[in-house]
Design a protein around this ligand. Structure first.
Ligand code: GRF
Length: 248
């Protein structure tokens, strides 16, 4: 049976609980004067897709989504940003935009499973229609994927299935490809292995190093991600095995 996501898909806000007697540190902030208060979504409207963006670093993809969501025609709204580490530029960008944030750091949990449960609950608080991994440098686990099945998309700076993993740009360069690019995929249990939603190529130049190629890929990647996420928010997403398509 194909899995189908329609705009406005409801999800119950989760309880943020600790298992095993340890209280996980999930810090929530809301806007520029962030505190450790539980976050309410910044925008309560369900008329468009509720987007939750997961980040680990610079946040340029998040930034592009935040620009796009100012246009009502985009159809989606970033209602929460969740990071796996504090003190990153992406969180500053979210706070400056007045978007509630949460930090769920692996080091605050006794094991990966506990972290994954806490991450799941931190995201569920925002009742997302679509979860966007935008430079999120950790694998999400089975509980997370079960909770947000067929609603999690990821962007990757290479033409999958070539060069999956954390060093896609470096690996493509080392291999000697003359064309690389970016891919937006639906996340499944594998490493950058889910059904492909969209791809775009970027030429590799003779003098490219990892940084210069990555920067050129990111220009294309931001546009592609915004386009795909907006279309999912407006039209929904259908996943049928290896095939993923926007709309029904
Ligand atoms: C993107 O190229 C993403 O595909 C990769 O890391 C980069 C994140 O960029 N995983 P940013 O944090 O959105 O600027």
């Amino acid at each position: 049976m194909p899995g189908s996501l329609r705009p406005g898909h409801p999800d119950r806000p989760g309880r943020r609980t600790a298992r095993g007697g340890r209280v996980p540190r999930v810090t929530h902030g809301s806007g520029p004067s962030s505190s450790a208060q539980p976050a309410a979504p910044a925008h309560a409207t369900r008329s468009g897709g509720r987007l939750v963006v997961l980040v680990s670093g610079t946040g340029s993809n998040l930034e592009a989504l935040l620009v796009a969501h100012q246009d009502p025609a985009f159809g989606g709204r970033v209602v929460g940003v969740v990071a796996d580490r504090a003190d990153i530029r992406a969180l500053e960008i979210a706070r400056a935009a007045g978007v509630p944030t949460a930090v769920v750091s692996l080091r605050d949990f006794e094991d990966r499973a506990a972290w994954d449960r806490a991450l799941t609950e931190a995201v569920a608080v925002f009742s997302p229609d679509v979860v966007v991994l935008a430079g999120f440098m950790k694998l999400v686990g089975p509980p997370f994927l079960a909770r947000f099945e067929n609603r999690v998309v990821n962007t990757h700076p290479a033409l999958l299935p070539s060069f999956p993993g954390a060093h896609g740009v470096r690996d493509a360069l080392a291999y000697g490809v003359t064309i690389s690019g970016c891919s937006v995929i639906v996340v499944d249990g594998g490493i950058d292995a889910g059904p492909i939603l969209a791809q775009e190529s970027v030429p590799v130049l003779p003098d490219d190093d990892e940084s210069s190629l990555h920067e050129r890929i990111k220009v294309v990647e931001r546009r592609l991600l915004v386009d795909v996420v907006g279309r999912i928010a407006r039209e929904g997403l259908t996943v049928d095995g290896r095939r993923a398509r926007i709309g029904g």
